[in-house]
Design a binder for this molecule. Structure first.
Ligand code: OKP
Ligand code: ZN
Length: 343
C-alpha cells in the first residue's frame, strides 16, 4: 500500500492546550506522525511519496470562504499585535447570542472555533494545507487504480466543519477527499470514522446530503468530547435522512462491543450501496491512550483492517487521532497490513 507523507506536518507544533483547567503540553504533536512513518517503513508497507499541491479549490468545496481566509491570515493578525506565542480562543457564542464575525483577531478566533485545545501557530496554515494535499494525493493513487492508499495526515481533520476548527483539527482532510472523490466521479462515498472521538465536523458537512454516507463509532457524547454531537438519534436530515449512522459507546468499552458496532457500521455501508470508502483512521481507541476511555488492544487493529477489507471497496485511509505515541504506529499500521493481506 502506498503511503503519502509530508514533513510539513512539523509546522504545526503547538506548545499547550487547555486540559483539566490547566495549560498542558499538546497531545497532538509532531512525534505522532514520525512514529507512524517509522512503522510504515519497519514493516515495509510500501512506497512513501510526497504530496502534490492541489491548491485551495478542493478546500473551498467543503469549507466556507471566510473561514479559509481566517485560517490563512489568523497568525499574521495575531502577530501584528506583538504576540509571538500560540493563539487560543477564550470565549464562545452560546444560545441566544449573535452569530456575527467580529473584526478583531481575538473575536475571530472565538467565532471560528469550538474549543481551547487547538492552538493556531505560525505554521498552522501551511501544515493544515499540507495535510489536505496528503489526503488528496492518496486519493489520486486510488483513482489511478490502486485498491487503497494511506494518507498519513497530520494535523487531523474530522472535528473541523465547514466554518469552524477545534479538536486539534483545522481543515477536514477526509471530507475534502470524499468531496473530491464525488467530483471525480464516485456515485456514493461512505466515510467510516473509527477514531475514538465523534467526527462532528465530517458529520455536519454531509448531514443534509444523500451522496456521502457518514458512520462513526465513538465515545458517547454524554461522556466524551466533542459532547454536542454524535448521538445515535442523528440520522441525517432532508435529502440526507438515513445517510448518517452513529454508534456511541460508553467509557470502558472493549473490542467485544466495539467490533459489534463496526460490523453494524459495515453492514450499513454495504446497504447504502457506496462505491468508494474513506476511513477516518484514529487509533485513540487503544487501551493506553492518555485522553481516551476504550480498551482496544494492538491485536484488535488487525481485525479492524480485515473487516474493512471485506467491504470490497476502493479505500482511502486518512490518519486522524491516537495519542499513545509509543503505540500509534503499531496500531495504525496493523489496520493497514491486515487490510492489505485480506483479499
Ligand atoms: C482529536 B481527535 C482531554 C480533552 C480532549 C480534545 C480531543 C480532540 C481529539 N481531556 N480534547 O479526534 O483524536
Ligand atoms: Zn480522536
Amino acid at each position: 500500500m502506498l503511503t503519502v507523507y509530508s514533513d510539513d506536518h512539523r509546522l504545526q507544533d503547538g506548545k499547550a492546550e487547555l486540559v483539566d483547567g490547566k495549560l498542558q503540553p499538546c497531545f497532538e504533536m509532531p512525534r505522532r506522525a514520525d512514529m507512524v512513518l517509522d512503522r510504515v517503513k519497519t514493516v515495509g508497507l510500501g512506497e512513501v511519496v510526497e504530496p502534490k499541491n492541489f491548491g485551495k479549490e478542493p478546500i473551498l468545496r467543503v469549507h466556507a470562504e471566510n473561514f479559509v481566509t481566517f485560517l490563512e491570515t489568523a497568525w499574521d493578525e495575531w502577530s501584528a499585535l506583538g504576540r509571538s506565542h500560540d493563539a487560543l480562543p477564550l470565549n464562545w457564542s452560546v444560545r441566544g447570542m449573535q452569530n456575527r464575525e467580529p473584526e478583531v483577531i481575538d473575536g475571530k478566533l472565538s467565532y471560528f472555533s469550538f474549543d481551547a485545545g487547538t492552538p493556531v501557530t505560525a505554521g498552522t496554515w501551511r501544515a493544515a494545507t499540507a495535510s489536505v494535499n496528503v489526503a488528496l494525493t492518496g486519493l489520486e493513487a486510488v483513482l489511478g487504480g490502486a485498491r487503497s492508499a494511506f494518507s498519513l495526515c497530520r494535523p487531523p481533520g474530522h472535528h473541523a466543519a465547514a466554518e469552524y476548527y477545534g479538536g486539534y483539527c483545522f481543515l477536514n482532510n477526509a471530507a475534502i477527499a470524499a468531496q473530491a472523490w464525488r467530483d471525480r466521479g464516485a456515485g456514493r462515498v461512505a466515510i467510516l470514522d473509527v477514531d475514538y472521538h465523534h467526527g462532528n465536523g465530517t458529520q455536519s458537512i454531509f448531514y443534509e446530503r444523500a451522496d456521502v454516507f457518514f458512520t462513526s463509532i465513538h465515545g458517547d457524547p454524554r461522556q466524551e468530547f466533542p459532547y454536542f454531537l454524535g448521538y445515535a438519534e442523528e440520522t441525517g436530515s432532508g435529502p440526507g435522512e438515513g445517510a448518517n449512522a452513529n454508534f456511541p459507546l460508553r467509557w470502558g468499552s472493549g473490542f467485544d462491543l466495539w467490533s459489534e458496532a463496526l460490523d453494524q457500521a459495515c453492514k450499513a455501508i454495504t446497504a447504502q450501496g457506496a462505491d468508494a470508502l474513506v476511513i477516518s483512521l484514529g487509533v485513540d481507541t487503544f487501551k493506553e491512550d492518555p485522553i481516551s476511555q476504550f480498551r482496544l488492544e494492538s491485536e484488535d487493529y488487525f481485525r479492524i483492517g480485515e473487516r474493512i477489507a471485506k467491504l470490497g471497496l476502493p479505500t482511502l485511509f486518512v490518519m486522524e487521532g491516537g495519542y499513545a505515541v509509543e503505540a500509534i504506529g503499531i496500531n495504525a499500521v496493523n489496520v493497514l497490513t491486515a487490510f492489505e493481506q485480506a483479499a
